[in-house]
Design a protein around this ligand. Structure first.
Ligand code: GCW
Length: 724
């Protein structure tokens, strides 16, 4: 009797343990990102896939082919609910063949030479083709990494229930260097990070390779990201010391099979701080020699080290101007140090100084334009999408198109420093696309920013797109679950900027949640409207830089009287009883003159200036008539109230999706949307009341009365806001 009871208790606790384990294993905490290989629900599609996929053949061996094998072993049995394994030979049917002409005799025999010729080192083709009268799916590329990218594309087709009967896909990246920039510090804090601490556990490196590092590399490979800058551009010279290079090497080795190259941020004064030199003057032979030796040393640890990302003479960072040298002098010295090993230098153009009375947004152009053509061939000048600083909306940076002899690299921000940080849902693809599709008129109509950075407009060989990462060690990687969509869309657009925001959102939703249309369509609308909704309740009609001081969290249009005018809000909106807005026309700071004539005319003329940039380029009175026929004041109010209302709609739409999403992620998003709704009302009321103190006009009838007083909002001072 006692034994039986004992046995039953054991059995019961074992059962309980198993249930708990299974729940925890499949806890929907967002860790699996868009790489969820759950059983395909649509039975017709499942049946079709099962008839076409029963085994895979990968000839050859390499660390990258091993990664492909692992991914297929994880994905196919789960997606198809069938044991699918690797085979050495083709069988009757259901073959998936992956490889390159170099490592696969099967692929070598196929007439793919022409197709592969134009795919470059990272492109791939995915074809349904008969071989020896056996129908099969072929994923072929010129390199193993290309085959890996092709494999992830094929898995995406299955995850999104696409028809694979007659495949004829060829895809190659439009941009060569597709790089994440982590603003991670060596103490594991992340500057402007809202997803926990840094992924990199420097203390346990080089020995402990966390599974997260591999899943990070998998996720990046699945969206074609091929570079990662591990540390903050406000760089720490210690990173270049042997102790840390050992640790970096361990990460580089872990990432290499996924085609992910490692770059490091270089503190310009490192020769002094860790080299014992008295100067960091780039024209000093000792300094040149130091960087050459340091770079050679780095290559002994990381043979395929990508190169340096440098923030110099910007926001107090040391740089060549400390020695009266130019940015080109600094960049070229470093470029020479890594050139022999194929390294590049990404030199940031994010420079401005408060001493300069000039309109802050003009300064980077004024500093870099004259240097056009003076940079080494392996230097990219990295330029933020707009001339200010990652605002919810900025016009494209006037440097794009203005430096025909210097490869310009795009810098977008995925982390939401100015876009609601950790608590707000904003899908940024529309923001990125707005910049990429903007016409610079550098060589007449059609000279889009995208054509500048893909090198086609000015025949740059070297091309790049960087994204300031939103990744941290939060279980869901990005803090807000929908932050994942920004990591995803950055990778997709860096690979192919012609993709639409809608297509990318559709892919991500299907892979991350479900293919069920009653979920995909309305939630896609939430995503596609989210950026405009945010602009409306934060910075509509061209307003910019009116957020909280230093942490940039919440509204702060009243911010003034700070050590640096160009870090305040009043510097930008210039509100007074007469009107509001920054006159950047020829009558004002003339920032428009930095654009090519057609753009100057468009932005410089009130009649043609898009209203979303009205107060960016113009200063107008409160009763100025906008296109809707409203006065500017009324329009501003309607935008703020409309924006806050927009978040309510996002909530309603999401709250109707409980049936399609696991409780954990459903609740996560639901709770964050309710925080966002509150914060949107905070922005609305604080800004409307503040600007009303100048307009002296009533809030249009029918709009709710602000919940608190202006004094109340001005007194709010959130503490310990993440990211600083
Ligand atoms: O956006 C600003 C941020 C700084 C950042 C800087 C930059 C890393 O407020 O935190 O510094 O830009 O881009 O260098």
């Amino acid at each position: 009797m006692r034994n039986n009871i004992g046995k039953n208790i054991c059995l019961f606790s074992l059962l309980l343990l198993f249930c708990l384990a299974s729940v925890s294993v499949f806890a929907e905490d967002g860790y699996r990102l868009w790489q969820r290989y759950d059983l395909i629900k649509d039975t017709k599609t499942l049946k079709n896939y099962r008839s076409q996929l029963s085994q895979y053949v990968i000839q050859g061996n390499s660390p990258t082919l091993t990664v492909i094998r692992k991914e297929l072993q994880l994905a196919l049995p789960n997606l198809l609910g069938n044991p699918i394994s690797e085979a050495k030979q083709l069988s009757g049917k259901g073959n998936l063949v992956i490889g390159t002409p170099q490592n696969s005799a099967l692929i070598k025999e196929l007439p793919l030479t022409d197709k592969l010729a134009s795919m470059g080192p990272e492109g791939y083709v995915i074809l349904t083709t008969p071989v020896n009268r056996k129908k099969m799916v072929v994923i072929a590329a010129n390199t193993d990494v290309g085959a890996l990218y092709g494999t992830f594309h094929f898995l995406k087709l299955l995850q999104t229930n696409q028809n694979i009967d007659q495949l004829g896909i060829s895809s190659a990246p439009k941009i060569k260097h597709r790089v994440l920039n982590h603003w991670d510090n060596l103490d594991r804090t992340v500057e402007r990070g809202y997803a926990g601490f840094s992924l990199w556990n420097w203390h346990k490196l080089p020995d402990y390779i966390d599974q997260r590092y591999l899943d990070y590399a998998r996720a990046n490979a699945s969206i074609g990201i091929n570079g990662t800058v591990l540390t903050n551009v406000n760089a720490n010279a210690l990173l270049l010391t042997p102790v840390y290079l050992e640790k970096v090497k361990a990460l580089a080795d872990a990432f290499r099979p996924y085609g992910l190259k490692v770059y490091l941020t270089a503190r310009f004064s490192a020769p002094i701080e860790i080299g014992g030199l008295k100067t960091a003057d780039p024209l000093d032979p000792q300094v040149k020699d130091w960087w050459k030796k340091k770079s050679d040393e780095i290559y002994t640890y990381i043979p395929d080290f990508g190169g340096f990302l440098v923030k110099a003479n910007s926001e107090g960072q040391p740089g060549p101007q400390n020695y009266g040298r130019s940015h080109a002098d600094g960049a070229n010295m470093m470029a020479d140090a890594v050139a022999a090993k194929g390294g590049i230098v990404m030199w940031r153009a994010f420079v401005y100084s408060n001493e300069m009375p000039e309109d802050r947004i003009k300064q980077a152009y004024n500093e870099f334009k004259p240097l056009d053509g003076t940079f080494r061939k392996n230097v990219l000048v990295q330029v933020k999408n707009g001339p200010l600083d990652f605002q919810p909306r900025e016009p494209f940076h006037p440097l794009f198109g203005a430096m025909p002899k210097t490869p310009l690299m795009m810098e977008f921000q995925l982390t939401q420093e100015y876009l609601g940080q950790a608590t707000q849902l904003v899908y940024q693809a529309p923001l990125y696309k707005e910049t990429l599709d903007a016409d610079t008129y550098a060589q007449g109509e059609g000279s889009t920013v995208a054509k500048v950075i893909d090198g086609s407009l000015h025949s740059y060989e070297l091309t790049g797109m960087a994204g300031v990462s939103n990744i941290g060690n939060d279980r869901n990687w990005t803090g807000h679950l929908f932050g994942q969509s920004n990591w995803y869309c950055f990778g997709r657009l860096a690979w192919d900027y012609t993709l639409t925001s809608t297509t990318i959102a559709d892919e991500w939703l299907r892979m991350t949640f479900t293919n069920e249309a009653p979920f995909v369509n309305p939630v896609k609308d939430i995503m596609l409207d989210s950026r405009e909704t945010m602009v409306n309740y934060m910075t509509s009609l061209g307003l910019h830089h009116i957020m909280g001081w230093s942490h940039h969290y919440g509204p702060g249009p009243w911010i003034k009287d700070k050590p640096r005018a160009d870090w305040t809000a009043v510097y930008y909106h210039r509100a007074s009883t007469e009107g509001i807005g920054f006159d950047r026309t020829a009558k004002g700071s003339n920032a428009i003159a930095q654009y090519f004539p057609p753009v100057q005319q468009k932005f410089g003329n009130l009649a043609t200036c898009p209203e979303e940039f009205l107060l960016w380029f113009h200063r107008v009175p409160w009763d100025y008539k906008v296109k809707s026929g409203q006065t500017l004041w009324d329009e501003l109010c309607y935008r703020y109230y409309g924006g806050a209302e927009g978040v309510k709609q996002m909530q309603q739409t999401w709250n109707a999706q409980a049936a399609y999403v696991d409780p954990e992620r459903f609740q996560h998003v639901k709770t964050h949307l309710s925080i966002q709704e509150k914060e949107a009302r905070w922005w609305r009321d604080a800004c409307v009341l503040y600007f009303q103190s100048f307009s002296k006009k009533p809030i249009p009838a029918g709009l709710a009365k602000p919940e608190q007083t202006l004094e109340y909002y001005m007194k709010l001072d959130p503490k310990f806001v993440p990211g600083i």
